[in-house]
Ligand binder design. Structure first.
Ligand SMILES: Cc1cc2nc3c(=O)[nH]c(=O)nc-3n(C[C@H](O)[C@H](O)[C@H](O)COP(=O)(O)O)c2cc1C
Length: 239
């Protein structure tokens, strides 16, 4: 059974965003896919206090549910991340979750996992969420396989023809990528050299400031440090 983890940025359990997501997931075979939907209020996620310790500990100092959430994301075969547009960006709830995973953006932690990035909006923010969110996912090493926004005007959210065409295409991509090894793409490749350079600067923090550089250790222990591209790295581990 393949696991789809759908992280919804809205608290509306019957809202536009979950409706859009379910239009896609209902196209997936129940025998092949198991889908879990998660809303922000389902988890206790405390605000980021800005201590930056996650960059050296690779975990948050707050005791909350972020580790549980991150485990579920990492265990999934496909991640769907979907948010309504709030003031031309994704919701504060989703930002809070992503802030707590900021160290993932230095370590390509998603390791080529296929990710679908979705948004819904009323009328004037067609790419305000899917663009920045896709960029964050690329920094995190997720392979964005589809993006889509459904708006109220022009009518997409309540337009069954539009919804069905878009949902079918995305479901088709999910079914394809779930059976492929994790993959890189041009966005991840562009980020790889500078991310590697930045993490290598951490290599001697243990001797200079006595702090274990967990992000550097992740690059070293995963083997990424030995490669000049994410693609070569993924090939080397035979995924
Ligand atoms: C606080 C707030 C801010 C919003 N800002 C925008 C916006 O900037 N642009 C836009 O097109 N829609 C905006 N909307 C509309 C929502 O994005 C839209 O209704 C969305 O589909 C709601 O999804 P949901 O039902 O899953 O919560 C806003 C809605 C709220 C509640």
């Amino acid at each position: 059974m393949k696991k789809v983890f759908a992280l919804i940025g809205s608290r509306q359990k019957k809202g536009n965003t979950i409706t859009f997501v379910k239009n896609i997931t209902k196209q997936l075979s129940n025998e092949e896919f198991q889908v879990e939907y998660v809303f922000p209020q389902d988890y206790d996620i405390k605000p980021c206090v800005g201590c930056s310790k996650c960059f050296t500990n690779c975990k948050c100092v707050n005791k909350d549910d972020i580790e549980l959430l991150q485990q579920k994301i990492l265990e999934s075969d496909i991640l769907i991340i979907a948010s309504p547009v709030y003031l031309h960006y994704f919701t504060g709830d989703l930002k809070l979750i992503l802030d707590k995973l900021a160290w993932w953006a230095h370590t390509f932690r998603l390791q080529g996992k296929p990710v679908v990035v979705l948004s819904t909006c009323s009328c004037n923010a067609f790419t305000s969420v899917i663009k920045p969110l896709s960029s964050i996912i690329s920094y995190m090493g997720g392979n964005v396989i589809a993006t889509a926004n459904a708006s109220y005007f022009p009518n997409q959210i309540n337009n069954s023809k539009w919804l069905s065409e878009v949902s079918q295409e995305i479901a088709k991509r999910i079914s394809k990528y779930v059976n492929l090894p994790p993959q890189s793409n041009k966005d991840i490749e562009k980020l790889f050299p500078s991310s590697k350079y930045m993490v290598m600067l951490q290599s001697d923090t243990k001797s200079t400031v006595g702090v274990e550089p967990c992000e550097y250790n992740f690059w070293r222990d995963s083997g990424m440090l030995e490669y000049n591209s994410f693609e070569e790295y993924l090939q080397s581990i035979g995924r």
